[in-house]
Design a protein around this ligand. Structure first.
Ligand code: Q9C
Ligand code: ZN
Length: 337
């Protein structure tokens, strides 16, 4: 399986995040991709597919905000990472009066997603990383490809960032796969956290099926989305499937949910799969509470591979830096078996 990564994806390096009322070191740090890069010898270069595939998912005014936000922050006399403090959740309307703090609130739903000097550069190349891996599956008989996307993407919506995510890499790849006629396209999200941004982007869309297995949002971030009764709306009614699981879920109790998701994807007639893969389901993850072990990843990957459709694996979360590279390697090995 070909693996894709670009060093510019490490330009994004926020120093800290607000966690349970304290400032703590940023969990989505550059040690994460380093740990994964070191676990393999052979990496493919990322190519530049330009802005069009990003603009097919995200609003132009949101992209423009991401590009300029850190400069606006510095121009406002601030130091360090740009972060909002006021979020317009009720009776808001789009006001463009050019105050960086107003923009930061308007385009995010949490305070866990700071914009550092290198954020735009890394987010751009993270999306291009997904597109490069997709391209590998378009132009060859390869069945699987891995995009080491970082920053991750599945919490980012059409015009908002959140949960360490800025551009929705999986959604960008899914739209592009659909445009290239590779579909019907399904996205399976197996990060510990619900992929609320991806769900939102495709909620009323019947072109892309979205299934997610994640920690129950009654106990875990992102809280407001990912509940079992969210099934899509309008033309997209029935094309969203949420399978929340309790804290403490291990490999044995995870497998039946995975089989349910795979059966739904297969019944829907998917011909192309985008897999949002988070290794934050591992027992050692510092911010998550599932109990999967490394051997479980080999087994779960085997089940996914048995769907028999070309699969683009896109990296999402996973914060146990000491185990991360080995866990990803175990997971990817399950596709070759
Ligand atoms: N520190 C992904 O796994 N945590 N994102 C909020 C504040 C947010 C995780 C607590 C966790 C987001 C891609
Ligand atoms: Zn996660």
């Amino acid at each position: 399986m070909k693996l894709f990564f670009d060093d510019r994806q490490t330009a994004h390096a926020p120093s800290r995040e607000l966690h349970n009322g304290d400032w703590v070191p940023y969990a989505e740090n550059i040690e994460r991709p380093r740990s994964i890069v070191e676990a393999f010898t052979d990496w493919q270069p990322v190519r530049d597919f330009g802005m069009a595939p990003l603009l097919a998912v995200h609003d132009a005014y949101y992209i423009a905000f991401l590009e300029r936000a850190h400069r606006d922050w510095i121009a406002a006399g601030r130091n360090g990472d740009a972060i909002g403090y006021t979020f317009p959740i009720r009776r808001r309307r789009p006001l463009g009066f050019g105050r960086i703090d107003a923009d930061l609130g308007a385009y995010s739903y949490d305070a866990g997603t700071p914009i550092a000097a290198g954020t735009w550069e890394s987010a751009y190349w993270s999306a291009q990383c997904a597109l490069s891996a997709l391209d590998e599956l378009t132009g060859s008989d390869a069945r699987h490809a891995f995009a080491l996307c970082r920053p991750p993407g599945h919490h980012a919506g059409r015009d908002y960032m959140g949960g360490y995510c800025y551009l929705n890499n999986a959604a960008i790849a899914a739209r592009e796969a659909h445009s290239r006629g590779l579909g019907p396209v399904a996205i399976l999200d197996i990060d510990y956290h619900h992929g609320n941004g991806t769900q939102d982007i495709f909620y009323e869309d019947r072109d892309v099926f979205f299934a997610s297995i994640h920690a129950d949002p009654r106990t875990d971030y992102p809280f407001y989305w990912g509940h079992a009764d969210e099934r899509g709306e309008g033309a997209g009614e029935g094309t969203t499937l949420n399978l929340p699981l309790p804290r403490g879920t291990d490999g044995q109790s995870y497998a039946p949910a995975l089989d349910t998701a795979l059966a739904a994807i297969s019944d829907w007639g998917a011909k192309f799969l985008i897999l949002s893969f988070g290794a934050d389901t591992h027992s050692s993850d510092p911010i998550s509470s599932f109990a999967l072990e490394r051997a479980d990843y080999v087994e779960l990957a085997g089940r996914i591979a048995s769907l028999g459709v070309p699969t683009l694996i896109v990296m999402e979360g996973g914060y146990a830096v000491g185990d991360l590279g080995k866990n990803v390697a175990a997971f990817l090995s399950g596709f070759q078996a």
